[in-house]
Design a protein around this ligand. Structure first.
Ligand code: GLU
Length: 315
């Protein structure tokens, strides 16, 4: 019996694209890995459109991302669910955290944050706690200046860890390595960490496969699950596809965008086969549908094939 899935029943995985552009090789790789891991155990997939960032989530991208999944043969069994419909559920979770006295308003601007935070592990900034202990009078004074506060969650000086299916054991001391983190932004939008935890639980997700760039968010998510009384899925963080100089591929890399990939490899099967071949999801890079790859996919073999669990050069 497999170790994936929080219960003995078949796992539920998810595609969770942010609709801010067309799919690129990195998103396709993570989605294909998620699909293969779940389907190889007889599980099902949910599609969740992560359109929390309403400015950047354009309707054309929301349609486009679904068409891209379909064209690639990455079908889903439930959804699409949209984060823009879910404010009430996020607000309820927020009230629960607030009721425990664990949130506080933060008036820091982006510039304040950069000035007061120590860069940690590359990109992650540890919040210095500037607004953590403001008095009521100080809060009122800042409110009256018309600045809308964001809301932060107090991070405990405790280690939160888990065993990743690909990366192995990973843990963080939340206070030291992460700091108090945002659960609501100053524009009123709920933060990614809160939304993703609430959605994964509501949608019954038991298996999360995503890029290793989100590994360092997982202890925060496990802490939130604990506070909200939610169960923790199994996590598998796959390596990032990187361009030359260890720069991660992004939607800006035209040559890795789906339309360019289709031009280069001719068919969706050509694209899937190439990505599976260079990432160890398949033994060759022959054109194939996800369904065809599934016949010979094994998580153990995939792990053995990964020379570097953190990054793979895009070629
Ligand atoms: N929406 C995120 C992305 O497209 C993924 C978040 C997650 O998997 O937790 O990068």
């Amino acid at each position: 019996m497999s170790t994936l899935g929080a219960s003995a029943s078949a796992p539920v995985g998810r595609f969770a694209p942010s609709p801010t552009g067309r799919m690129h090789a990195g998103n396709i790789y993570a989605a294909l890995a998620a699909w293969l891991i779940v389907k190889s155990q007889g599980g099902s997939m949910v599609l969740r459109i992560e359109d929390l960032d309403r400015e950047r989530s354009k309707p054309a991208f929301i349609d486009g991302v679904q068409r891209d999944f379909e064209a690639l043969g990455l079908y889903w069994d439930r959804g699409p669910h949209f984060q823009h419909d879910r404010d009430e559920a996020y607000a309820e979770a927020f009230r629960l955290l607030e009721g425990k006295g664990l949130t506080y308003p933060c008036f820091c601007s982006r510039a304040d944050l950069h000035a007061a935070s120590a860069p940690h592990r590359g990109e992650k900034l540890v919040y210095a706690g500037t607004c953590r202990s403001l008095s009521d009078a100080e809060r009122r004074e800042r409110m009256s200046s018309g600045r809308e506060p964001a809301q932060r969650l107090r991070a405990p000086a405790a280690r939160y860890g888990f065993t990743d299916l690909i990366q192995g054991p990973y843990e963080q001391n939340l206070a030291e390595e992460c700091g108090d983190f945002l659960v609501r932004r100053s524009d009123g939008a709920f933060a990614y960490q809160l939304a993703v935890v609430v959605d994964d639980a509501t949608q019954g997700v038991t298996s999360v496969t995503r890029g290793v760039d989100l590994l360092c968010s997982t202890p925060q998510q496990i802490y939130l699950q604990e506070l909200l009384g939610l169960s923790t899925p199994e996590y598998a963080h796959v390596p990032l596809l990187v361009a030359e100089c260890n720069r991660r591929l992004s939607k800006r890399d035209r040559d890795a965008a789906l339309d360019e990939l289709l031009a280069r490899f001719g068919t969706p099967e050509g694209v899937i086969g190439h990505i599976a071949g260079i990432t160890g999801l398949a033994p060759t890079d022959d054109p194939a549908t996800p369904e065809e790859l599934l016949k010979s996919f094994s998580l153990e073999r995939f792990k053995e094939n990964l020379a570097d669990p953190v990054q793979i050069l895009w070629r």
